[in-house]
Design a protein around this ligand. Structure first.
Ligand code: PLP
Length: 439
């Protein structure tokens, strides 16, 4: 499989090249030159395959022969090593729990998959790879964990000052070794802009073999397709078409869902659910793409106003608003609505949501209120464990949250003291730090 940048379809690069580069040299995102179509028979029999075989079938065409089949299998094996249960909440509404990984975030899958791919390529090229990543919360922890102690790879994480939860900060700053955490006096978009700039900076590129671990990297983005297949195979109905509501920030996850649909997975409709950082809901309504400054919310992993992956979605639907709107709606919700629904779902269904999943559920409800047609099975994604956002859960419910095993591990491995480096919101200072540190 070859990849081109969204801005330049003439220059094709390999999977390895796209993974190592992250962002294309012209500053746009890589995209596969074609989308493989899965056999109908495979889709109809999804539940008969084990998850590794299933994942192999989905991802191998995107890698081709660049990684041996045996190694792809082992990468998948190391990545999908926790459960992805689907629970029925009520009626035809299900939640897909994506938070059973080592950092209790759905990003564990993409981060691990990418770390494994990079480590494979490192063995081939033998040169230190530096992963540069901006995070609004969960990416940092998942990447730190997924890449920790992987030989030949160092990770530099930029996160917004006071923009992440204390647990998230701990996950990024406590590991040490090959993991460096920079606290930037700015918001997530500032962090992301610095990362984007660094990737185009010749002086930095001379010194470093840089790659990004944001969802813009194809090795983090593509494995998220697994979730949609894993949900599908758990719903017993025959000949079903699903509706998915995805709590969205950088729009990587939902875009992977849209790729699954293009590959042949029967998905009827997508809902991109956001907090008040609502550039996409506004875009679908007004046809005007106007990112604003980022507003802080309790669903802080989605405090993003200029979502990188939206360019992939826009391209996937041929930059055609009518086509896009036949498959996608997008709604925004406030913190008040988020808190109220967490309480209501606990009261009525004894299910504990956290703010991101709650927004996913709200989006689904809104959509179902708007349509009158018979209900297809509808799934929202719960992208983090409630314990991670305990400070944003209504006080009366906090005691009801179960404490998962992983959390004990995170805290017990916390003997090392927090390592964070503070950097002002100034690209040149950041750049100097990068250039000087290996002198
Ligand atoms: C990253 C994240 C999201 C948003 O995912 P995108 O792929 O960036 O849209 C939602 N919820 C949580 C908990 C996250 O960490």
């Amino acid at each position: 499989m070859f990849y081109y940048s969204l801005e330049n379809h003439k220059k094709l690069v390999s999977f390895e090249h796209a993974v190592l580069r992250g962002l294309a040299p012209d500053g746009s995102l890589y995209f596969p030159e074609k989308i493989p179509i899965l056999k109908r028979q495979f889709i109809q029999n999804l539940s008969k395959y084990d998850i590794y075989t299933l994942a192999m079938e989905i991802i191998t065409p995107y890698i081709g022969k660049e990684i041996s089949e045996e190694s792809i299998y082992s990468i998948i094996h190391n990545t999908l090593n926790f459960p992805f249960p689907l629970q029925r909440i009520h009626d035809n509404i299900y939640v897909l729990e994506l938070f059973h990984g080592p950092t209790l975030a759905f990003k564990d899958v993409g981060a691990k998959f990418m770390a494994e791919c990079l480590s494979y390529f490192y063995k081939k090229i033998g040169k230190l790879v530096t992963v540069l990543v901006a995070t609004s919360g969960d990416t940092g922890g998942a990447v730190a964990k997924g890449f920790h102690k992987m030989s030949g790879i160092e990770v530099i994480i930029l996160y917004p000052y006071k923009g992440v939860s204390s647990l998230q900060e701990k996950q990024m700053t406590s590991l040490g070794k090959n993991i460096y955490a920079l606290e930037i006096k700015g918001d997530f978009d500032d962090c992301q802009n610095m990362v984007k700039k660094a990737f185009l900076d010749k002086e930095i590129l001379e010194k470093y073999r840089l790659t990004s671990a944001n969802s813009i990297n194809i090795a983090r983005w593509l494995p998220q397709m697994f979730y949609y297949f894993l949900a599908y195979r758990q719903i017993k109905e025959e000949n079903k078409e699903l509706i998915f509501s995805v709590p969205s920030g950088n729009f990587g996850n939902i875009c992977a869902g849209m790729m699954s649909e293009k590959m042949g997975l029967p998905i009827k409709y997508f809902i991109a659910s956001t907090n008040i950082n609502d550039t996409i809901p506004r875009f679908l309504k007004t046809k005007k793409y106007h990112p604003t400054s980022v507003k802080k919310t309790i669903s802080n992993a989605m405090d993003i106003s200029n979502p990188s992956n939206f360019s992939r979605i826009w391209y996937l639907y041929k930059k055609n608003m009518t086509q896009l709107c036949q498959k996608l709606s997008s709604y925004r919700f406030t913190d008040e609505e988020t808190l109220a629904i967490i309480e209501m779902v606990w009261k009525e269904h004894k299910y504990m949501l956290e703010p991101h999943g709650a927004i996913g559920y709200l989006g689904l409800r809104q959509y179902l209120q708007n349509i009158k047609s018979p209900l297809a099975p509808a799934v929202f994604l719960e992208t983090a464990h409630p314990i991670k956002f305990i400070d944003s859960i209504p006080l009366s419910l906090r005691k009801k949250i179960s404490v998962p095993e992983q959390l004990k591990i995170i805290f017990s491995s916390n003997s090392e003291k927090l390592k964070t480096i503070q950097i002002p919101n100034d690209y040149n200072i950041f750049k100097n730090w990068l250039i000087e540190r290996h002198k």
